[in-house]
Design a protein around this ligand. Structure first.
Ligand code: FES
Length: 129
């Protein structure tokens, strides 16, 4: 069996939503100390809905594929759904990741949550994490 699913390879080779958003409503950046990879997520939010999302990931193939898939999963969704996006959902949507690469999908979950928290913070909205 191949180490990476076709979906992982596809999202790694043709990542969706790469880039940044000027005047984003929320920006979240997280890193993994062990591997040194960094992921940044930019959100445009309108009426509690993610209307646009972009990412910049300086990291491994799994981190890039996870960011790409995660952005696709949250586009057009409302914040309460987006806040509950788990790395498991990202991994499943990618048809799995090797066990030693699961932490790469955790970065996507954390970066998205950090971007939403940034949005809440900027708008002084109270939230329960
Ligand atoms: Fe660290 Fe993939 S090896 S994010």
């Amino acid at each position: 069996m191949a180490l990476y699913s076709e979906k992982v390879m596809d999202h790694f080779r043709n990542p969706r939503n790469v880039g940044s958003i000027e005047n984003a409503d929320g920006v979240g950046e997280v890193g993994n100390e062990k591997c040194g990879d960094i992921m940044r997520i930019y959100l445009k939010i309108d009426n509690d809905v993610v209307t646009d999302v972009k990412f910049e990931t300086f990291g491994c193939a799994s981190a890039i594929a996870s960011s790409s898939m995660a952005t696709e999963l949250i586009k057009g969704k409302n914040l309460s759904e987006v806040m509950h996006l788990t790395n498991k959902a990202v991994t499943e949507a990618l048809d799995g990741l090797p066990a030693h690469k699961l932490h790469c999908s955790v970065l996507a979950e954390e970066a998205i949550r950090a971007a939403i928290e940034d949005y809440f913070h900027k708008n002084q909205i109270e939230y329960i994490s």
